[in-house]
Design a protein around this ligand. Sequence first.
Ligand code: MLT
Length: 407
Amino acid sequence: MTTINDNYLKLKAGYLFPEIARRVNAFAHANPDAKLIRLGIGDVTEPLPEACRTAMIKAVEEMGDRATFKGYGPEQGYEWLREKIAAHDFQARGCEIEESEIFISDGSKCDTGNILDIFGSDNTIAVTDPVYPVYVDTNVMAGHTGPANEAGEFGGLVYLPITAANNFTAEIPSQKVDLIYLCFPNNPTGAVATKEHLKAWVNYAKAHGSIIFFDAAYEAFISDPEIPHSIYEIEGARDCAIEFRSFSKNAGFTGTRCALTVVPKTLTAKASDNSDVELWKLWNRRQSTKFNGVSYIVQRGAEAVYSPEGQAQTKALVSFYMENAKIIREKLESAGLQVFGGVNAPYVWVKTPEGLSSWDFFDQLLQKVNVVGTPGSGFGASGEGYFRISAFNSRENVEEAMRRITS
Ligand code: MLT
């Protein structure tokens, strides 16, 4: 008899965003005249930067000419792209990251899940609560957890609450954990971490032989010069951290797909015979076996982000979304709501009005003003009583949504 991976049955609800889409579609079906504004999923709305489009068009032409046609590329990504990333995103910020430590991929969502392939199944795993659901669900799928309890927390995971009381930055755990997921600027709360906070995590990880998975998909949205963009800005992080980055949000690549993962060559973990194994070698082996690289055309588009025009155009895109975030913050505050985030991140984390749960507020906004957000409880038990509003939309939609909510 063929069997399934039973761990999937532990995932009682659908993945958060398809679940929201299901509810919104049901509402839209029943109310065909409602003009919905979607500030739920953090999907970009503004067109690709011209520099990226021009580079991709040129790459398409190259693919049409026998002399410049490309078949399989390197599984790790083309050197010309990895070099630019190493120089611009890391070395220019004082991080000792080499081009060969950068692996180009089709998304940080995929990579934060795929990375589990190279780790053992008996690691203790810590996540913040609330958290980007992919970190939890991929561990459930991999069989790293027990079943979920009433609150939706999976047995075996260590949940680190992030609340207004700790500025939405988790306290360093008192127990030993092996793998720690950190996301800064944070999805969903929009919080950022100071150098001191990250230093405390790096010290913890080094003292316990732990590995930090640092998701920096939103780093381009940091405007405060004191806030680190990369975990490698912290001394010692090369020995304890893997970093994930993406072109999705800064350059509008959610539909184009390009991201990167940094695995320093100095990073090791234990084999069952207690020997130290380089994680770079395992990840390289994994990618060479299970992945054939991102398309040449898309990598040329990503490379254009680093040209002077690409830099100016992506900066303008980020500023556009951050102006949206400012409008959302100001309007909601003026309506008497308590808001967090939205200053160095494209997400605004709103305290729901007294007496309303996250899903109550979701339903109320959907039904009364036809605005879609994301219920905080969908990101974890400690997200209850909060609501996430994404700044990724047109100015017109953001202004109209705020007008509807505040009137
Ligand atoms: C979100 O809304 O949290 C993001 O769209 C998630 C993602 O980038 O996968």
